[in-house]
Write a protein that binds this ligand. Structure first.
Ligand SMILES: [Zn+2]
Length: 405
């Protein structure tokens, strides 16, 4: 079999203990200096010190090699953008006032309902191209801009039908917002029915549990129904207030709880005990001009598993995990090694994927080469793309910052 060899000055292994890394382990990246990786087919077959020869050799001497980023929370599929709303917020309008003027998520719902499958696919493909150029090799993608059967199904079909090097993991998010004039309980009943008709198109089910959106009781009912249908629960929790959504995550056996800006110590303890991955989305408070970010230091100290994600959506519009690492370091005081673990191995576990996120024998060969002498340049040399080369399932798909496949 063809052997692809990568020789590099710094190989960031992120060793996999068979679960997310927690606490002090998050800084143990298993760095190999002046080492090699051998890839056969789509798998890594050897990692070790010293340089090697092969049929195809990537010379990354002077450079840094990492596992491809896993982005475990995106709203990849949507139509229309909302750049004007950022300026409205700058002028002092609140999110609720923008919503009353027909903006916000409901504006994206209207645009997404009107868009054809082909239009949604074309726009998502452009975003995936950008994600890949910036080093993301696997991403979660949610529905949730339909809030009705036809559009939720259309979104999930686009995710499932996408042919692109970035692997996508589909999530049903029918309960993303309450349409105006609707009763919450009745809407949840309707979305449970929609879920039953699209469950074959999704791996996860997700809900926006928040004050003024869906209550913990409604979230529990919806996610229990999801579990009975064979979908794994996820939850948007504690973004604006801790109203008990983390307890729901524990009760329903969620794989992750996402946002976690306002999570209290008791809730962090419960998540840590249950091994639920807290997925931080620091891009969201950043674009909302908020000064409060998730308390990453507390989560790590309490040994709760943590991951980071872009939350890519028309409000928080970025495809770039390097930007999220920079925010994790500067706004959440995560050590860059913790942020790397959160963006690779732990992010893979937030998606239930044990076959990636680490440069280890037997893992998928999802590998990125940084134009940087060491990993500390991530979060330090910011606002630029440091990714030079991307290998996805053993195939070089980006080289010299350009798509080659
Ligand atoms: Zn989200």
């Amino acid at each position: 079999m063809q052997r692809l060899v990568i020789n590099a000055s710094e190989i960031v292994v992120v060793p996999d203990p068979g679960r997310p890394r927690v606490g002090k382990e998050m800084r143990d990246l298993g760095i190999i200096r002046d080492g090699h990786i051998i890839v056969e087919g789509e798998r890594i077959v050897e990692v070790g010190p010293g340089f090697e020869r092969g049929d195809e050799v990537i010379d990354a001497r002077g450079k840094t090699v990492l596992p491809g980023f896993v982005d475990p929370h995106t709203h990849l599929i949507f139509a229309g953008t909302r750049e004007d709303e950022m300026m409205m917020r700058l002028d002092g309008l609140t999110y609720m006032e923008i919503l009353k003027r027909g903006g916000g998520i409901l504006r994206t719902v209207r645009a997404t309902r009107e868009a054809s499958k082909e239009e949604l696919e074309e726009q998502a493909r452009r975003r995936l191209d950008t994600m890949l150029l910036h080093g993301t090799t696997t991403a979660e993608a949610k529905s949730g801009y339909g809030l009705d059967y036809e559009t939720e199904r259309k979104m999930l079909e686009v995710i499932n039908g996408m042919k692109h090097p970035v692997d996508l993991v589909p999530t049903f998010l029918g309960a993303h917002a309450l349409p105006p004039g609707r009763d919450g309980d009745e809407f949840i009943d309707e979305m449970i029915d929609v879920m039953s008709r699209v469950r074959h198109l999704a791996k996860f089910a997700d809900i926006f549990c928040e004050r003024g959106v869906f209550t913990p009781e409604q979230s529990r009912r919806y996610l229990m129904a999801a579990r009975e249908m064979g979908l794994v629960p996820k939850i948007h929790a504690d973004e604006i207030a801790d109203i008990g959504c983390s307890a729901v995550a524990v009760d329903v056996g969620a794989i992750s709880a996402d946002h976690m800006v306002r999570t209290c110590d008791r809730s962090i303890k419960a998540l840590a005990d249950a091994g639920i991955v807290a997925v931080f989305l620091p891009g969201t408070p950043y674009v909302l001009f908020h000064t409060e970010f998730p308390r990453a230091r507390k989560f790590i100290e309490m040994r709760a598993p943590v991951a980071i994600a872009t939350d890519l959506n028309p409000n928080c519009f970025t495809e770039n995990m390097q930007m999220i690492i920079s925010l994790a370091v500067t706004r959440m005081r995560m050590h860059v090694d913790e942020a790397i673990t959160a963006a690779t191995l732990n992010a893979a576990y937030a998606l239930g994927l044990g076959d990636r996120g680490s440069i280890q024998e037997g893992k998928l060969a999802d590998i990125i080469v940084l134009n940087a002498p060491n990993r500390l340049h991530l979060g330090y040399h910011f606002g630029v793309n440091l990714v030079d080369t991307v290998i996805k399932r053993g195939r070089v798909v980006v080289k010299g910052q350009r798509h080659v496949a």
